[in-house]
Design a protein around this ligand. Sequence first.
Ligand SMILES: NC(=O)c1ccc[n+]([C@@H]2O[C@H](COP(=O)([O-])OP(=O)(O)OC[C@H]3O[C@@H](n4cnc5c(N)ncnc54)[C@H](OP(=O)(O)O)[C@@H]3O)[C@@H](O)[C@H]2O)c1
Length: 293
Amino acid sequence: MTSTAFPQYPMPPLSLASTIRLSSGYLMPRIGLGVYQIPIAECPRVVWTALTAGYRHIDSATSYRNERPCSIAIAASETPRSEVFFTTKLPPKLRGYEKTKESIHGVLAENPELDGYIDLYLIHAPYGTPEDRRGQWRAMVEAQKDGKIRSLGVSNYGVHHLDELKGWIDAGDGGVISVGQWELHPWLGRKDIVGWCQREGVAVQAWSPLVRATRMEDPLLALLVKKYGKTPAQILLRWSLQMGFTPLPKSTHDERIRENADVFDFELTNEEMDTLDTEMYEPCSWDPTKERI
Ligand SMILES: NC(=O)c1ccc[n+]([C@@H]2O[C@H](COP(=O)([O-])OP(=O)(O)OC[C@H]3O[C@@H](n4cnc5c(N)ncnc54)[C@H](OP(=O)(O)O)[C@@H]3O)[C@@H](O)[C@H]2O)c1
């Protein structure tokens, strides 16, 4: 097997402060803290720990119901708002132009600590009709022009959804797809989608980069754990970074939040990257890329 998707060899030296320049012109930090299922009461401590450890990227969503504690924690931290890259997402149940406009307005109205802008706004899933999706994008493009959103993107779009959106953009609807977010790990490589993004200059974020801790004992990881003296989580995150992805590990534990950021002192070889290229399709959660409508 050869390494085909996003070859990044030799790797440029990376650190937790490393960023990717998006097609919007803005910089996106190379690792983000995922906050899905982090309870409201725990969220401030978790975000504080992450910012203190050097994270500068938080991945939330309106449907996670924790934008509020995240933005309060950012404001209460010693990190200026301008140095934090905050993502949120349009809830999957909200369809079309008006609902999207209202939702973006709601996020900013309820979270004045965000200083009037969202760094990255994603359509959480390609549900609804093509017209719904077109309206959602149109509202996002307008919000970007108004300075309410800095970079636009989609999550869980299949290649057919990406082609559909590119068609509208090419037809004059405006906007640029700067980021796409998908479940990605060695057991779910999605080479078709990743290849599309590579051709179109779309930065790829990896959700569930730790496979929700379900594969930590996998023999594929064991040899690398031993060789590098790193944990299975760190091997998975290093794989993700070397694939060119921006992983979004979630943890509620302070020591794991720090562990997940300690991945910059080793590098997997090309051969090791190839052993992790399983070509399997084993999602650990939902997969809206398969939506046909
Ligand atoms: N766009 C989408 O549709 C979508 C869908 C799902 C997720 N996401 C985003 O991606 C983020 C990450 O995905 P995820 O939360 O599903 O899963 P994940 O990050 O792959 O895994 C999280 C699980 O791994 C555990 N864990 C974290 N660090 C660990 C370590 N060093 N050692 C052992 N276990 C560790 C966590 O437990 P503890 O918390 O107990 O430490 C938790 O059970 C989400 O938080 C969210 O921001 C997006």
